[in-house]
Design a protein around this ligand. Structure first.
Ligand code: ADP
Ligand code: ZN
Ligand code: MG
Length: 431
């Protein structure tokens, strides 16, 4: 696979990249946003459809309450102001996977606005503004394989049509592909903590469009941007941005002008291609959706939703460093998922020395899991098992060397630490 070269020093000395991201996350409701069809992934094509999501004449949308609550929760987690009243709008365009000829979205009155995410940067943190978070329905999917005549025809699967999405639009606040990567990592982590989406990029439940421009350093106005659509991993987004920055600078330096357009990234070739000229908002002929009332999320409803907001990753890292005396690095890896943090805390509280538990997770558990491509859920040694091993070291019952051997045996036998310790300690020559 071709790899995109990182951006050269000369380019960065002269030009400053400006990046803004638009992220769609699929909300984890059981049914679609305006009808009761299932949102299940992977069902046979066109089995989860009804007159509403097919856009048949006379069918009326009914808003899914859970989708609203999930979107509001995400908005709160992203430090947004929740608008008590927001308005659904029709975004009109023609595409084979859009049966109604319009998508129900939100336009000038979105559900949430003015948020931010903090990303770590050299020597501190930087706030990336979140312009808005709004609710909308997904479109269907074009199929190019897996059915008879696939060589000549494109088929349409409308199971995804009407699945609820939250679109999260950032301010053009990022200044490098690394910052964009960091923003996406944080955003995904926060959304996963709230539980409103599984953020599974392979299944399309997290999708990102990246907007990029460059300007001569010192210039205040932004340059003309291009938009890179539907790149399917964070690493590829970073690579696509690096490529695109070099391309912009090349065009400008040779006296040309960047055309505002939508581009596609080909990861195999490591380059982007022009796809179409960018639509302007007026091309969509937005107008208020006449079949839906304004969405009102009053104070009481907001308070009830806010009560379900979990402790978020950044706050949790800080608290855990204080509560357990662990390092920033340990806290970062122990809070990668909410499940891991929960399990660690339970184990750390049960153990004699929480810090030792954190150390052993790092030194004995995570490396072995990574080496075998296992997730924590698949680990033979549970967090409780790590805590038990920490207590044995703490009390002097086993040495550091024995500890390592026992961890090896746990992974060999696919058994948890206490079990292997029981089995094996009897045969040990020394105690
Ligand atoms: P459009 O109307 O073309 O959709 P928006 O102003 O709605 O543009 O912005 C879409 C996304 O593009 C946002 O994430 C925003 O931060 C980003 N963006 C806007 N202008 C620029 C620019 N000059 N360079 C890079 N990103 C930009
Ligand atoms: Zn339906
Ligand atoms: Mg826009």
């Amino acid at each position: 696979m071709a790899t995109t070269p990182a951006i050269s020093e000369e380019v960065l000395a002269k030009y400053e990249p400006v990046i803004g991201l638009e992220v769609h996350v699929q909300l984890l409701t059981a049914s679609k946003i305006f009808c009761s069809c299932s949102t299940r992934f992977g069902d046979p094509p066109n089995t989860n459809v009804c007159p509403v999501c097919l856009g048949l004449p006379g069918a009326l949308p009914v808003l899914n309450r859970k989708a609203v609550e999930f979107a509001v929760l995400a908005g709160m987690a992203l430090n947004c102001r929740i608008n008590e009243t927001s308005i659904f709008a029709r975004k009109n365009y023609f595409y084979p996977d859009l049966p109604k000829g319009y998508q129900i979205s939100q336009y000038d009155k979105p559900l949430a606005e003015f948020g931010f995410i903090e990303i770590p940067v050299q020597g501190g943190a930087k706030k990336i503004g979140i312009t808005r978070l709004h609710l909308e329905e997904d479109a269907g999917k074009s199929l190019h394989e897996g059915f008879p005549d696939a060589a000549e025809k494109t088929a349409i699967d409308l199971n995804r049509t009407g699945v609820p999405l939250a679109e999260i639009v950032s301010e053009p606040d990022m200044r490098s592909p690394d910052e964009a990567h960091e923003y996406l990592t944080r955003l995904k982590e926060i959304i996963l903590y709230t539980g409103v989406s599984d953020c599974n990029m392979e299944e399309g439940s997290l999708r990102c469009d990246a907007n990029i421009s460059v300007r001569p350093r010192g210039q205040k106005e932004f340059g003309t941007k291009t938009e890179i659509k539907n790149v399917n991993s964070f690493r590829f987004i970073k690579q696509a941005l690096e490529y695109e920055i070099e391309r912009h600078v090349g065009v400008i330096e040779s006296g040309g002008k960047i055309t505002q357009e939508t581009r596609l990234y080909n990861a195999n070739e490591g380059r982007t291609y022009g796809m179409r000229s960018k639509e302007q908002a007026h091309d969509y002929r937005y107008f208020p959706e006449p079949d839906l009332l304004p969405l009102v999320v009053d104070e009481d409803w907001q308070a009830a939703i806010r009560a379900g907001l979990p402790e978020l990753p950044e706050a949790r890292r800080k608290r855990m460093m204080k509560d357990y005396g662990i390092t920033a690095g340990d806290a970062a890896s122990l809070t990668r998922t909410r499940g891991m943090a929960d399990q660690f805390e339970a184990a750390a509280q049960a153990a004699k020395n929480a810090k030792r538990v954190a150390n052993l997770v790092q030194s004995e558990l995570l490396g072995r899991l990574k080496g075998r491509g296992l997730e924590l859920e698949q680990s033979p040694v549970s967090m409780a098992g790590v805590a038990a091993s920490a207590d044995l070291v703490e009390s002097g019952a086993i040495s550091g060397k024995m500890l390592k051997d026992l961890y090896d045996l746990c992974f060999e036998r696919n058994k948890d630490f206490p079990a292997v310790y029981e089995e094996d300690s009897r045969s040990w020559p020394m105690r």
